[in-house]
Structure formats: C-alpha cells, structure tokens
Design a protein around this ligand. Sequence first.
Ligand code: SAM
Length: 218
Amino acid sequence: MNLIRRLPELAMAGEEWWFDVTRGVRTAGTAFLKDLTILSDASDSKLYMPVRPRRARQALRALPIRDYAEYTFIDMGSGKGRMLLLAAECPFRRILGIEFAAELHRQAVENIAACRGIWLRCRQIESVAMDAADFRFPDDNLVLYFFNPFGCATMRRVLEELRTSLKRLPRDVLLVTIFPEFEALIGAEGYLRLCRRLHRCHIYRAYAAGDFRPGRRI
Ligand SMILES: C[S@@+](CC[C@H](N)C(=O)[O-])C[C@H]1O[C@@H](n2cnc3c(N)ncnc32)[C@H](O)[C@@H]1O
C-alpha cells in the first residue's frame, strides 16, 4: 500500500536519474539557498529544485512559435542548468541561464560542458552568474522561463526591466511560468496576455506596450 502511494515520487526520481545518467550531468537534488554562496540578496528566494523533464517538455512543445531559431531562451534562476539542457532539445538561436548561487552556476557550467548525446539541437548555451533583478534583456525575440525562482519583489523588478526593454525595441516575447504563482502580478501588467494554459504552466505573450498589438518580430 505504502509503495503504491509512493509510486509518483519514485517515477519522478527515476525520470531525474535517467535524465542525468543519459547525458552525463548532475542536475538532481534540492538545495537550500541559505547553505550556498549567493552573489547578492537572497531574502526573496529559498530553494533550488530542478524542473521535472516531462513538465518542461510539455511547456516547450506548447510554445506558440513557428521557428525556435528566431528566439533566445532565458531561464531566470537556472540552477544547475537542467532547463537549459532541456530547452536545447529545441533549435533555439541561443540559450541563457541566469543564476545567482555560485555553486549552482559552477555546476551548470560543468553540466553544459559535459552534456553528451544526440539531444542537443542548440549548442549556444551559457550560464551567467548574476542576480536576475539586474539582468538586461538582449534585443532578440525572447522566451523567458520562470520556475518558482523568487518572490514578488524580484519579479516586479524583472517585469519593469522587460517593459522598458520592449518600449525601446518592440519584439516578440513569451513568458512561461511553471506553478503559476505570479498570476496576479503578471495580470497587472497590461501588456502581458495569457495565451496558453496547461496543467501547472501558463504561457503569456507580450503586446507592444500601450497599443496591445503583438510585438513586431525582429
Ligand atoms: C526552483 S529553482 C529552478 C531551477 C531551474 N530553473 C529549473 O527549472 O530546473 C530556482 C532557482 O532560481 C535561483 N534564483 C533565485 N533567485 C534568483 C535571483 N534573484 N537571481 C538569479 N537566480 C535566482 C535559485 O538559486 C534556484 O537555482
């Protein structure tokens, strides 16, 4: 009986183990940020916990885009880089991870270098060691991904920077939130509209600030 109740948990552990073993990487396990070296202020964040590969792939498949190569994928709070390697199963133009815990960033760099296999369809993958709140978005079409990285204070700063960046250069931007805890905050941003709702995943599209037309593709 106990075993039956534990089946979902065991399936998840097996999925994680398979992902790491087949790629020759180490992304599994959770870590409390209080035990790590944080490059700025950690008061708005708590935990490293990698995304479940199955959930990540569902989100990637649901993206309303025709050509991945027209987009840069950015994981805001990328930990050991599991999502970066999952995103690289799609032919994105470039993949960036923003991570402010030094140990996790170092592991991500090692994982990116070590990852083997036939899965990688994007080879431009980079982990950047910095606070997501200070990150300036590149001038590309973007897919921004958030899996419970931080609280509302940091998210407000990220959204403010996104608004400024889009005003300066309108372009197509998609936001993916897993376990959509930022619903109210994102909803309050007039230029972000929910375009896909999956089980525990929301996808928003940015509309040119002010006039609500989809951002111009660059
Ligand atoms: C729940 S984990 C998600 C890991 C990864 N994105 C994934 O989906 O597998 C959240 C990560 O966000 C990082 N993080 C939290 N606040 C951050 C911030 N302000 N800047 C950069 N990284 C942050 C944490 O260190 C942690 O690695």
